[in-house]
Design a protein around this ligand. Structure first.
Ligand SMILES: Cc1cc2nc3c(=O)[nH]c(=O)nc-3n(C[C@H](O)[C@H](O)[C@H](O)COP(=O)(O)O)c2cc1C
Ligand SMILES: CCCCC(=O)C(=O)O
Length: 378
C-alpha cells in the first residue's frame, strides 16, 4: 500500500479524519462536555511542562520496553477504551486489535464495543495485553457475565470506569441529535435484547441501566467477590481517591477525565498526575490518558510517574483514515516520537525517565480541604 502520503504526525491525522468522517460520527468522537475547557486543557497543559535534556550519554541503543502489572510490554503506550469503533471503519475493534497487537502493548476494550470481546481478543497475536473496561449495571448479573466472559477469553485486568455515573453533556451531540447508525450493535450484549445501538437507546441505555449508586464500598468489594483479575480504576484525579483505591485493594488507577467528556472544568490529566503518583507511593501502578498527541507528551507523563500512557482519539482517527493500517500508523507515529524524544533528552530506557527531566509549573492553583488546610498545589 502506498504510504508516501501518510500523515506525518497525529495533528495531520486528525485533520484527515475530520475531513473523511460523517459530521455526526466526527462530533461524537471529538466532543467534550459543555465548553470543552477540560478537553482542550488536556492538550494545552502539556505545553506548560518543559523538558530538561541531558547530553553525551551514548544514545546508540535505546529501548522502550517496560512492565505493566508485572508483564513485559514493548512500550508503555496503549489504547484507551472507546465505544463504537465501527463508526470510524467497518472493521471496527478487530482492526484496532490487529493494530494494537502489532504495536505490542495494551488494548483496553470498551464495554460499548461494536464487536464482541471474544472476537476482539482472538484477533491478537499474544504480543499484547487486553484489559476489559466495565461499566457496572444495576442488574449486576449483566456486568458479572461480562466479567466471566472476559476472564474466559484471556483478558488480564478489569478497568472500572468511575467518572461516569451519568454521561457528560456533549453539546455537539445534542445539537446534531446524534445517534449511531442502527446497523451497529453493542455486541457484548447480544443476549440482552440488543436490537442495535441506534435511536434513543444509546445515551438513554447508559442512564437507564448504569448503577448510579455505585460506591467504593458496594462496587469494588463486589467486583473482588466475583473475580481474581486485577482491578484498575479509571477516572481518578485526586490524591484522596488514590488513597481509597489503595485501601480498597485496587491494582492501579488511570488518571483521566474521560477526554474532557464528563465534568467540564475538571483539571487536565497531566496536572493531576503528580499528586496521584505521590499518593500511590509505589503501592499501586498509576497510568494516565487525556490529550496525548506527541511523543514529548508521553515522555512528560512517564517522567511525572505514569507507568503507562493511553490514547483514545488518535487511534480512532487512524481507524477512520485507513482501518487497521491507520490505527497502527497512529500508534507508530507516537512510538517513533517517543523514541526520538528519549534520544534527544538523553535517556536510553523507560526506567531512566524520571522527574529530573521536566520543569513543572507550580503554584498556579491551590486546593484546601474542608478544614481549610492546604492539601495540594499545582
Ligand atoms: C469516542 C470516545 C468514546 C469513549 N468511550 C469510552 C468508554 O466506552 N469507556 C471509557 O472508560 N472511556 C471512554 N472514553 C474515554 C477514553 O477512554 C479516554 O479516557 C479519553 O478519551 C482519553 O483522551 P484522548 O481522547 O485525548 O486520548 C471515550 C472517549 C472517546 C473520545
Ligand atoms: C454511552 C456510551 C458511553 C461511552 C463513553 O464513555 C463516551 O462516549 O465517552
Amino acid at each position: 500500500m502506498d504510504s508516501a502520503n501518510d500523515p506525518v504526525c497525529i495533528k495531520d491525522l486528525e485533520a484527515i479524519a475530520r475531513s473523511v468522517m460523517p459530521s455526526g460520527a466526527w462530533g461524537y468522537y471529538d466532543s467534550g462536555a459543555n465548553d470543552e475547557q477540560t478537553k482542550n486543557n488536556n492538550m494545552s497543559a502539556f505545553d506548560e511542562y518543559r523538558l530538561h535534556p541531558r547530553m553525551l550519554r551514548d544514545m546508540s541503543k535505546i529501548s522502550t520496553e517496560t512492565t505493566v502489572l508485572g508483564q513485559r510490554v514493548r512500550t508503555p503506550l496503549g489504547v484507551a477504551p472507546c465505544a463504537l469503533h465501527k463508526l470510524a471503519h467497518a472493521d471496527g475493534e478487530l482492526a484496532t486489535s490487529r493494530a494494537a497487537s502489532s504495536h505490542g502493548s495494551i488494548m483496553i476494550l470498551s464495554t460499548y464495543s461494536t464487536t464482541s470481546l471474544e472476537r476482539v481478543i482472538a484477533e491478537g497475536d499474544g504480543n499484547t495485553q487486553y484489559w476489559m473496561q466495565l461499566y457496572v449495571y444495576r442488574e449486576r448479573q449483566v456486568s458479572e457475565s461480562i466479567v466471566r466472559r472476559a476472564e474466559k477469553a484471556g483478558f488480564k485486568a478489569l478497568v472500572l470506569t468511575v467518572d461516569a455515573p451519568v454521561l457528560g453533556r456533549r453539546l455537539v451531540d445534542v445539537r446534531n441529535k446524534f445517534s449511531p447508525p442502527s446497523h451497529l450493535h453493542l455486541e457484548n450484549f447480544v443476549q440482552a435484547n440488543n436490537a442495535g445501538v441506534g435511536s434513543e437507546t444509546f445515551g438513554t441505555q447508559f442512564g437507564a441501566n448504569g448503577d448510579q449508586s455505585l460506591s467504593w464500598e458496594n462496587g469494588i468489594a463486589w467486583l473482588q467477590s466475583i473475580t481474581k483479575l486485577p482491578i484498575i480504576v479509571k477516572g481518578i484525579l485526586t490524591k484522596e481517591d488514590t488513597e481509597l483505591a489503595i485501601k480498597h485493594g485496587c491494582a492501579g488507577v488511570i488518571v483521566s477525565n474521560h477526554g474532557g467528556r464528563q465534568l467540564d472544568g475538571a483539571l487536565a490529566s497531566i496536572d493531576a498526575l503528580p499528586q496521584v503518583v505521590a499518593a500511590a507511593r509505589d503501592k499501586i501502578e498509576v497510568y494516565m490518558d487525556g490529550g496525548v498527541r506527541r511523543g514529548t507528551d508521553i515522555f512528560k507523563a512517564l517522567a511525572l510517574g505514569a507507568r503507562a500512557v493511553f490514547v483514545a482519539r488518535p487511534v480512532l482517527w487512524g481507524l477512520a483514515y485507513k482501518g487497521d493500517r491507520g490505527a497502527r500508523l497512529a500508534l507508530e507515529l507516537l512510538q517513533k516520537e517517543l523514541e526520538l524524544t528519549m534520544m534527544l533528552a538523553g535517556t536510553t530506557s523507560i526506567e531512566q525517565i524520571d522527574k529530573s527531566f521536566v520543569y513543572q509549573p507550580v503554584n498556579r492553583w491551590v486546593r484546601y480541604n474542608k478544614q481549610g488546610e492546604l492539601v495540594a498545589k499545582l
